[in-house]
Design a protein around this ligand. Structure first.
Ligand SMILES: Cc1ncc(COP(=O)(O)O)c(C=O)c1O
Length: 332
């Protein structure tokens, strides 16, 4: 029988998790422990100085019963980049991938059927128990991976109202490409304000009018046969889904234009009938239904192209279309 999906995204976990420790200047062999608690010194570096980063990727149960990971090497590379930028020990690709695959194998019974998935949350923390290390990196670290059966983060087909935020930024501009907890804490005041004051589902961060990303996903404008999205920079997270959508869209005949664009251009495009999507591992591909720009709500005329792009990506993930980009790693 198919695994039931908890009502709250990310609230239940597979009982075991792999833990890789960095000690004595070397990564140690993987060990397995309960995923319900973790022994940590109260003085641990991550708890005081934010030496923490994480990843989010999914395993899918395909139509033929096989279980696959979607582009795990891309998430490993992004965590390696986050670790470098945070001066944390950089995880080794081989042991990291092996731990991911073995976790999904052990949690196979927890992988739900389409349209749900098993969400994987690798987390890297600095563990030095020395509170005097405010200006010094942690010499020791732990990498552990949680597995959680999840349904939709944003319910498919539900309204997706974005508040366009032009005054505040999501995080410090040099930290945007780092997937670290501090960036989400930094965005939270604006996310809560947008919900309370405008009933918005997400905030589209556009500091000084520069359209960047939302609090938990990338943003792509669809103007007829052209996709427009901000080029990769330090300011925002380099999404694996964003990259996948751009690849698939090119093969579907779209022109992909990675360029900076402003809120004024966005407003004019939407008024002229453009679509817009959010892309992310949790968000999947969520078509935007309206924007709040300068206090005014503007409806997006169509979600058709966004939904077609969503289908093109999820068909690969669930095995309804060929894995023509070699994105899937088969687990079992
Ligand atoms: C701030 C932010 N931007 C973009 C993304 C999309 O990244 P990905 O497609 O790799 O999940 C996420 C989600 O992980 C995110 O939290």
């Amino acid at each position: 029988m198919a695994r039931a999906v908890p009502a709250v995204f990310g609230s239940e976990f597979h009982a075991q998790m792999p833990v890789l420790a960095y000690e004595n200047s070397a990564w140690q062999p993987v060990r397995w422990q309960s995923a319900h608690d973790l022994a940590l010194a109260p003085g641990a570096h991550a708890l005081h100085y934010g030496s923490e980063c994480f990843e989010g990727l999914k395993a899918f149960r395909q139509q033929n019963g096989r279980i696959v990971l979607f582009r795990p090497q891309a998430n490993i590379a992004r965590m390696q980049q986050s670790a470098r930028l945070l001066n944390l020990p950089v995880p080794e690709e081989g042991a990291f991938l092996e731990a991911l695959v073995e976790l999904v194998r052990r949690a196979a019974a927890d992988v739900p059927d389409a349209p749900a998935a098993l969400y994987l949350r690798p987390t890297l923390i600095g563990t030095d128990p020395v509170i005097g290390k405010a200006g010094v990196p942690s010499d020791t670290a732990l990498l552990y991976i949680l597995a959680s059966p999840v349904g939709d983060y944003f319910q498919a087909g539900a309204p997706m109202k974005l508040l366009v935020e032009t005054e505040n930024m999501r995080c410090a501009p040099h930290m945007g490409r780092v997937k670290c907890g501090g960036n989400y804490a930094s965005a939270l005041p604006w996310v809560l304000k947008a919900k309370a004051e405008h009933g918005a589902n997400q905030v589209l961060f556009c500091p000084n009018g520069d359209v960047q990303e939302t609090g938990a996903s990338n943003f792509i404008l669809i103007c007829g046969d052209e996709l427009v999205t901000k080029p990769l920079s330090d300011e925002f997270l380099h999404g694996v889904t964003r990259d996948s959508v751009l690849r698939v869209a090119r093969d579907m005949g779209y022109t992909v234009n990675e360029r900076n664009f402003t809120v004024d251009e966005l407003a004019a495009a939407v008024a002229a009938g453009a679509e817009a999507i959010l892309t992310g591992t949790a968000a999947v591909i969520s078509p935007v239904t309206s924007f709040v720009i300068g206090g005014q709500e503007v409806a997006v005329a169509s979600q058709e192209r966004g939904n077609a792009l969503r289908k093109a990506i999820t068909d690969i993930q669930y095995g309804a279309a060929a894995d023509r980009y070699d994105w899937l790693v088969q687990v079992c």
